[in-house]
Design a protein. Sequence first.
Length: 186
Amino acid sequence: MVGALFLAVSVTPVVPWWAVHLAGRWEEARGETLIVLGGDSVDGGMLGYSSYNRSYHAVQVWREGGVGEVLILGRKASPPMREYLIQHGVPAEKVVAEDGSETTRENALAAKRLLAGKAGKKVLLTSDFHMARAAAVFRKVGLDVVTAPCPDVGKRAGKWAERWGLAWELGMETGKGWGYWWRGWS
């Protein structure tokens, strides 16, 4: 049993398949508002890997002319993410950073409050493995979003040495998804 698990995670494409499943549909990132979920941060207010990755992809969406404004959500990650976007060419007046929410559900509730009365399509950007839960939560609170997951686990899964850590991340995210569903949040 242990050997089969070892082979499944280490050798087969189960980890990238799992990430693709959690990412859901990859839609065109075009709309009035790009909603970017904060990820991790490092001591001193620096961007962690997932926050950097999401910020990088948000800049790419902006440069492609797909959105009119950017809303970044998350207590610790949104201020440095906002600075990253501004430093890479997104006009400061087009970037709003909400720094009061700590969970995906709190992100969705804050976005609903901040976007109340704003027309236009909303595009949700987060890591591939986080997209299924995030999109379900946003829709549950009444925000219709199109999904634009940025490659994260799917990209890192090509490195064999990282697969066990990634499998753990995917397992944790799947468990969180079930927990949100159980509470009626998604």
